[in-house]
Design a binder for this molecule. Structure first.
Ligand SMILES: Cc1cc2nc3c(=O)[nH]c(=O)nc-3n(C[C@H](O)[C@H](O)[C@H](O)COP(=O)(O)O)c2cc1C
Length: 166
């Protein structure tokens, strides 16, 4: 079926859905790997599962697939640089310029994370040029300081603003 809109129209349409921004990390023989990821969502509560959508071209994907685990680091407004670097910077230097530790399962946890969720890969579904990875959350943590969540809207980073009922 032919479509009646351009890819730019499509990006504008789906980009109108405001999301947070995460860095998804994993660790294998080649060391820590990770990438900036917008396509994170919670999936089920009992047991707690989440999903991410990863481009088939992602270098992080092969480590997630082989190690069968990954960590979702939810970013705060102070981490625009991290979001940029984990998308555009050489993967070899991403973990040398931003501080991180290891979760109990060995996945990289960014020190700057607002919240992190350590996941066991329970299902992978290939859909066109992406792979949907479903993770069961095995542990999580939150930053102690009052950090604010980073948002993303039509290609721009932003901040959350609470609206009070009139
Ligand atoms: C704001 C933003 C959101 C992104 N979201 C995703 C995403 O959901 N899935 C994905 O596969 N790539 C996403 N990317 C692109 C990857 O971060 C980028 O291609 C990265 O270099 C992949 O790294 P890797 O090949 O080392 O895994 C996003 C990039 C940006 C700037």
């Amino acid at each position: 079926m032919s479509r009646e809109f351009s890819i730019e129209d499509y990006k504008m349409a789906v980009g109108s859905f405001v999301t947070g921004i995460t860095v998804v990390t994993a660790s294998g023989e080649e060391g820590p790997v990770g990438f900036t990821c917008q396509s994170f969502t919670s999936l089920s509560l009992d047991p707690p599962t989440i999903l991410i959508s990863v481009a088939q071209t992602s270098r992080t994907l092969s480590t997630i697939s082989s190690e069968k685990k990954f960590c979702v680091n939810i970013l705060s407004t102070g981490s625009v640089r991290i979001a940029h670097d984990f998308a555009f910077m050489d993967p070899a230097v991403r973990f040398t310029i931003h501080s991180w530790n290891r979760s109990g399962t060995g996945n990289p946890v960014l020190e700057a994370a607002l919240v992190w969720l350590d996941c066991e890969l329970v299902r992978s579904i290939e859909v066109e040029d992406h792979l949907v990875a479903v993770g069961r959350v095995v542990s999580l943590g939150a930053s102690e300081e009052g950090r604010d969540p980073l948002t993303y809207y039509r290609g721009d980073f932003g901040a959350f603003a609470q609206l009070n009922d009139e």
